[in-house]
Design a binder for this molecule. Structure first.
Ligand code: LRH
Ligand code: MN
Ligand code: MN
Length: 388
């Protein structure tokens, strides 16, 4: 992008989806730490998401996790969101917390458990219908811990069957995103361990099925931007669960561990033109704020995504292409790094102010008194269900 105006216009199209569970209490498997003022129900999670959007202007959707966000009337919940300028984003199916799922959900050896899990996926599409969500997001904790425990092949057949049933249930304008994860909770095999497995299933399902990349779900050293470039080329990348990691699935704030990686990912997206809203890429935050205050951490994360998108948009692509064509390795790398090192926070602050949002959303949050208000009003906040 050549001019500042072009970068600003493009940035307006980059929206970040926050996750309902990130507003709730969370922890590790050793301890869940409670924080003052956390939401007591899904309605209050939406209230917090609305605050993030009001301040940043960049987080207009919120993802739900079912049944963590179970309510009697999903239409009412969606209206509560709309009344505050939000839409419901992806519906995430939780088929990992019942005792029945000890050996898996849709890949479980017992057909009755598979039926229960698949029915939950269908129920999640009902929630999509009721809330106006267009995305069903599937992650399965399925796998095995010991060689010989179950048939790797048969589990793939069972997975395929359940996915087909969920896919067939999708309505007009709805899609399914299949998330992969290398390991955890299973430690020997995982039924959807990598992008290739997810891609193969999505390809077989059809055009409404796409891969979702959770940045924390890879082996150390995996080149995620390669996966991004490949899947975009195939039209099979549906979105991201953004977070950062030092070791495994750490769910730390995006860009905290490796902002350069986020920049490299954003560069591939911008290079493919997939930052445009029409491309339909979902930039979701899948983070757990165990020791830091949640709303400010989420605001910071939204800003970080925008900052790295902005930097990626300022790569001098014509100079880069020329250097690449000439085989000028050093020049090409320097052009790339120049964009990474440029601080575009002032440009983003200006853009926000121009749009009537806060130039400094974090400062405005601290000034707003919201944290104090919820700490006083909300007693007995909810646990996300994660890390319990
Ligand atoms: C699994 C995962 C998946 C779940 C979320 C709570 O590790 O990334 O996206 O839905 O965490
Ligand atoms: Mn995830
Ligand atoms: Mn995860």
């Amino acid at each position: 992008m050549d001019t500042e105006a072009e970068v600003k216009a493009a940035l307006l199209g980059v929206k970040v989806e926050t996750a309902s569970w990130a507003y709730a209490n969370s922890g590790t498997r050793f301890k869940v730490f409670t924080q003052p003022g956390v939401p007591r129900d899904p309605y209050e999670k939406i209230d917090d998401a609305a605050v993030v959007h009001r301040l940043t202007g960049a987080a207009p959707t919120v993802a739900l996790h079912i049944p963590w966000d179970k309510v009697d009337d999903y239409g009412q919940l969606a209206k509560h969101a709309r009344d505050q300028g939000l839409q419901i984003g992806a519906i995430n199916a939780n088929v990992f917390q019942d005792d029945d799922y000890k050996l898996g959900s849709v890949c479980h050896p017992d057909p009755a458990v598979r039926r229960k899990a698949t029915d939950h996926l269908l129920e999640c599409v009902d929630v999509m219908d009721a809330t106006g969500s267009d995305t069903l997001k599937l992650w399965f904790a399925d796998g095995t811990n010991y060689p010989g425990q179950d048939s790797i092949r048969a589990r793939q057949d069972r997975l395929s069957e359940a996915l087909s049933e969920a896919y067939e249930r999708l309505g007009e304008g709805q899609r399914l995103l299949l998330e992969y994860k290398l390991f955890e909770p299973s430690f020997y095999t995982t039924d959807v361990p990598d992008w290739g497995t997810s891609y193969a299933h999505c390809l077989r399902l059809g055009p409404k099925a796409q891969v979702v990349i959770d940045t924390g779900h890879h082996a150390p050293g995996t080149n995620i931007e390669f996966i991004v470039a490949f899947l975009l080329r195939e039209g099979k990348l549906g979105g991201f669960d953004l977070n950062s990691r030092f070791y495994a699935d750490d769910d730390l704030m995006v860009g905290a561990a490796d902002p350069f990686q986020l920049f490299r990912i954003m560069y591939e997206i911008v290079a493919a033109g997939a930052h445009r809203p029409e491309a339909g890429l979902a930039f979701m935050l899948d983070q757990c704020h165990n020791i830091e205050p949640k709303i400010p951490a989420i605001i910071r994360s939204v800003l970080t995504v925008q900052e790295m998108a902005a930097r990626a948009m300022t790569v001098d692509t014509s100079a880069l292409t020329a250097a690449q064509r000439n085989g000028d390795v050093l020049d090409a790398n320097e052009i790339f790094m120049d964009a990474f090192y440029s601080d575009l926070r002032p440009l983003l602050a200006e853009l926000r102010a121009e749009q009537g949002f806060e130039a400094d959303p974090l400062g405005a949050y601290y000034q707003s008194g919201y944290a104090e208000k919820i700490a006083e009003q909300r007693v007995g906040g909810q646990q996300a269900g994660w890390g319990a």
